[in-house]
Design a protein around this ligand. Structure first.
Ligand code: GLA
Length: 387
């Protein structure tokens, strides 16, 4: 339905019938700030998506519109910029540039974007638009890439064209997520496993409605601190290429020799990787209570060791702890604002959502957006516009 509506809107604007491609945002259940350390993550796709409608043009232009922003932007495919300028269209252009780089240049096209993933909420609206745009542009020039490679192309667009040094998690799960499942991903080998999320729980995603300004600078700094940790640890473990290669026992042998801040960052990543692998076992067994405990631990580690939480997230997590039906929860995504993800018994989920919303508003003075969700499917082509 949504795609049919978008197709109709496209036809009114551009006078031709488009194909529509759709890619979801994500929420991460466990494994935060581990992806760029070659570690493990366990996100799932969510039911908010970005759709991109596309049809070919006879010229060498990309004409891009969004339903959210009024302007129409035009770019010459033979003179694409090498860096983004900071607008929403960067996410589409970045993909065109990366396609060119791998020898599959985009063809002239008109595109219309409809995004429903909340922007700046840590639910990966950027990965959603990148993946949908990649599938759209590739459909015109006949590029066929396996989905993991589409995810890598999108990550590269974000790293190189946008300038955000993100890992592979968001784009990967936007491509390959599956309804009702969490995706356990080894971010080094890109091997993955889909694990069913027990049907007796819902994912309740709560948006603090704040995003602190220093978020992207702090993200890149955390990456540097992790790299520094690896550099130091190679003195004793010369084969280590990333924090993924270090065990807790190995790290703990050098507590005194590593600067305190770097040590804390490393301790978070190393223990978080363990939590993901342990959590995967519990999820397979349907043990949501143990899985939930690991989510709680993850939050404490992100708050105290990796220091990417903030007052609003901590208060939201504390409130959740006091509510019925709560199995566990934590901040999700890069941090410094954005959302928490909570595992809540189905029967309690809507009451939990209402109470959390009230109490957060009473504490912070902002009404949070709260979504009761289940894991959704990854990207798709809505060939007949029926979705
Ligand atoms: C952002 C990045 C991801 C990942 C998370 C933290 O969402 O896009 O690659 O690093 O932060 O886990």
């Amino acid at each position: 339905m949504k795609s049919a509506e978008l197709a109709q809107h496209f036809e009114n604007l551009f006078g031709s019938q488009p194909r529509v491609f759709c890619a979801p945002g994500r929420v991460n259940l466990l494994g935060e700030h581990t992806d760029y350390n070659d570690g493990f993550v366990m996100p799932c796709a969510i039911g908010f998506s970005t759709r991109v409608a596309i049809s070919p043009r006879p010229d060498r232009k990309l004409v891009i519109r969004s339903e959210e922003f009024s302007e129409q932007l035009e770019f010459d495919l033979d003179h694409l910029p090498s860096r983004g300028k900071g607008g929403w269209s960067d996410y589409v252009l970045g993909i065109a540039v990366m396609l060119q780089e791998i020898g599959h240049p985009a063809l002239g096209a008109s595109l219309l974007v409809r995004g429903e993933v909340p922007i700046g909420a840590g639910l990966s609206s950027s990965a959603a638009i990148e993946v949908a745009s990649a599938l759209a542009l590739m459909s015109l020039n006949g590029t066929r890439l396996p989905l993991p490679e589409v995810a890598q192309l999108c990550q590269r667009a974000e790293n190189v064209f946008i300038g955000a040094r993100v890992g592979i998690m968001d784009q990967f799960v936007s491509c390959l997520g599956k309804a009702g499942h969490a995706l356990l991903l080894d971010c080094r080998s890109l091997e993955f496993k889909l694990i069913p999320i027990p049907e007796n729980v819902r994912l309740v995603i709560c948006n603090t409605m704040v995003k602190h300004d220093h978020a992207s600078g702090a993200y890149n700094r955390r990456r540097e601190e992790c790299d520094e940790g690896v550099r130091i640890l190679t003195r004793w473990y010369p084969d280590a290429r990333a924090l993924r290669d270090i065990s807790l026992e190995q790290l703990e042998q050098h507590t005194a020799e590593i600067p305190a801040t770097i040590y804390k960052r490393c301790l978070h990543v190393v223990s978080e990787n363990q939590r993901v692998l342990e959590g995967a076992k519990y999820l397979v067994q349907g043990d949501v209570s143990r899985f939930g405990s690991l989510m709680r631990e993850s939050h404490r580690s992100l708050r105290d060791l990796f220091e990417v939480s903030c007052r609003e997230l901590d208060i939201m997590v504390e409130i959740a702890e006091s509510l019925d039906g709560y199995c566990g929860g934590r901040m999700t995504g890069g941090g410094f604002g954005g959302c928490t993800v909570n595992l809540v018994n189905v029967a309690d989920a809507s009451r939990f959502a209402g109470q959390l919303s009230e109490r957060y508003q009473a504490a912070i003075g902002i009404k949070p957006d709260v979504y009761v969700c289940s894991a959704a499917n990854g990207a798709s082509a809505d060939l007949n516009g029926a979705a």
